[in-house]
Design a protein around this ligand. Structure first.
Ligand code: SF4
Ligand code: SF4
Length: 452
């Protein structure tokens, strides 16, 4: 049993082409959309989808026959991965490859952040614990929730080699690896014996509660609770009070790609939470089923390793343009996967709109102190320096195949390294003038280096 199943329903598809015609990225003329989708179904060489798709998941909602066209694209990317491997820059987000962003971020974490992370990584849950899965991304900016009263309700757990359940690998079409991650994660949960697992990132909640059991054949005994559902209940019941509400901020909301699954079950709760915090919501031109990607998904349809960061920020530019056009004070993301990309994009695009994680907005309404924007700007430049460093070393590396998903004794992920080149890049980017210059050069290069 436990075979990976494709979730594309070929038998339902009548090749109407609406999926690629309504796609907010490609918007192919209907005839071209029909022939492109036929090519995808036949497994022949695609002209558009496999090199332009942002993995935004909207087409599943556009398909009138519920055939799940997005899953066909994932299958085709999975075929491509088997042939050509992953681009060397992708090691950046693979905790079992070296170096990776979690290894390199150690250089820049504060002592307090290291203490939080150490506690979250080393605690072994007991059967009666309600576990809070901190996740790989929040590990990179633990200040958004570390030290908050919100954590008093749970046992926060940080296991980077759970790979967020494989959520971001899934979006790149690395489907066979996601299945291995699912089996590994089940061993973790069953080994701990826990019943309730609270998940702050919707993508990860969906992966554990739907993708693993329905597409990967891996089911769980655990009860997976979406954090926003939990949080809204606590706010509405008065158990979590918001003495600083109304915050009197106008915010615009970034709907992430995974929020579109199962007809958008994740859309309304963040809006209600922000309303309870006293925020006025100014919606962008593309929201909910039509929402544009933060940019990160552009890496899924990579063409050239060196172009990946430029493609990502190019797509992110569209999101910032829409957010700025609303006139809102802040862009709020309820996904930890998008937020660090949005912080980095804000610096590179020199945008004036503030960018918050929804947890930070709630904490402000609770009366907790947020060190905005200092922590965010600093971490954005830490991450930009790491991406630069990885891009430079990836120029001398080849495509690769992921061999292991679990740490073993040879892994040095948490052994501090020196990385003098990375430290030099970061030191240069400490200077305000250097940042401005870098951002301008990046934007100029983006126009020639992007592949879309
Ligand atoms: S996932 Fe998004 S970008 Fe990709 S084809 Fe579907 S709608 Fe277009
Ligand atoms: S997947 Fe759906 S929208 Fe796309 S061509 Fe088939 S039936 Fe039409």
């Amino acid at each position: 049993m436990e075979e990976r199943t494709t979730a594309f329903h070929e038998e339902r598809c009548d090749l109407c082409g609406l999926c690629l015609n309504m796609c907010p990225v490609m918007a192919l003329p209907l005839d071209e959309a029909k022939s492109e989708f036929k090519v995808l179904m036949e497994g022949k060489e695609s002209s558009y989808a496999l090199r332009l798709c942002n993995s935004c998941m909207s087409c599943n909602l556009y398909c009138p026959r519920e055939a799940n066209p997005y899953q066909l694209i994932l299958e085709r990317w999975n075929d491509l991965y088997k042939k050509r491997g992953a681009p060397p820059l992708y090691k950046f987000v693979c905790p079992t490859e070296e170096p990776n962003i979690w290894q390199l971020i150690n250089i820049f974490l504060s002592d307090t952040e290291k203490e939080w992370i150490s506690e979250w990584m080393n605690y072994v849950p007991k059967p009666d614990d309600t576990v809070f899965l901190v996740g790989n991304y929040t590990h990179l900016f633990p200040f958004i929730i570390g030290g908050s009263g919100l954590l008093d309700y749970f046992k926060p757990i940080d296991r980077i080699d759970q790979w967020e359940g494989g959520a971001y690998l899934y979006q790149g079409g690395y489907l066979d690896i996601v299945r291995e991650i699912a089996k590994r994660s089940r061993e973790d949960f069953d080994g701990w014996g826990v019943k309730d697992v609270v998940i702050p990132t919707d993508a990860v909640h969906h992966i554990f509660s739907k993708v693993h059991p329905e597409e990967m054949g891996v089911s769980y005994k655990q009860n997976f609770i979406a954090f926003h559902t939990w949080l809204l209940n606590k706010i509405e019941s008065g158990e979590i009070s918001l003495p600083e509400a109304p915050l009197n901020m106008t915010v615009t909301i970034h709907d992430n790609c995974y929020s579109k699954v199962i007809n958008g079950i994740y859309w309304d709760e963040p809006r209600e939470i922000l309303t309870q915090c006293g925020c006025e919501i100014a919606e962008m031109a593309h929201i909910r089923e039509d929402a544009l990607c933060c940019g990160f998904g552009a890496g899924a349809s990579w063409v050239r390793n060196i172009s990946i960061p430029f493609d990502i920020i190019w797509e992110g530019t569209k999101k910032f343009k829409e957010a700025e056009e609303t006139g809102a004070d802040a862009l709020v993301s309820y996904c930890s996967g998008c937020i660090y990309l949005l912080w980095a994009a804000r610096e590179l695009l020199e945008s004036n709109i503030d960018v918050y994680h929804i947890i930070e907005v709630v904490r402000m309404a609770m009366g907790e102190k947020i060190n905005y924007p200092d922590d965010h700007v600093t971490r954005a430049w830490d991450i930009i320096a790491i991406i630069n460093y990885q891009l430079l070393i990836s120029l001398f590396q080849k495509n690769f195949f992921l061999k292991k998903i679990t740490y073993d004794k040879t892994m040095s992920t948490f052994r501090p390294g020196n990385y003098p080149l990375l430290r030099l890049i970061r030191w240069i980017l400490e200077n305000q003038l250097a940042r401005k210059l870098y951002a301008r050069i990046f934007r100029m290069l983006m126009k020639v280096m992007k592949t879309r």
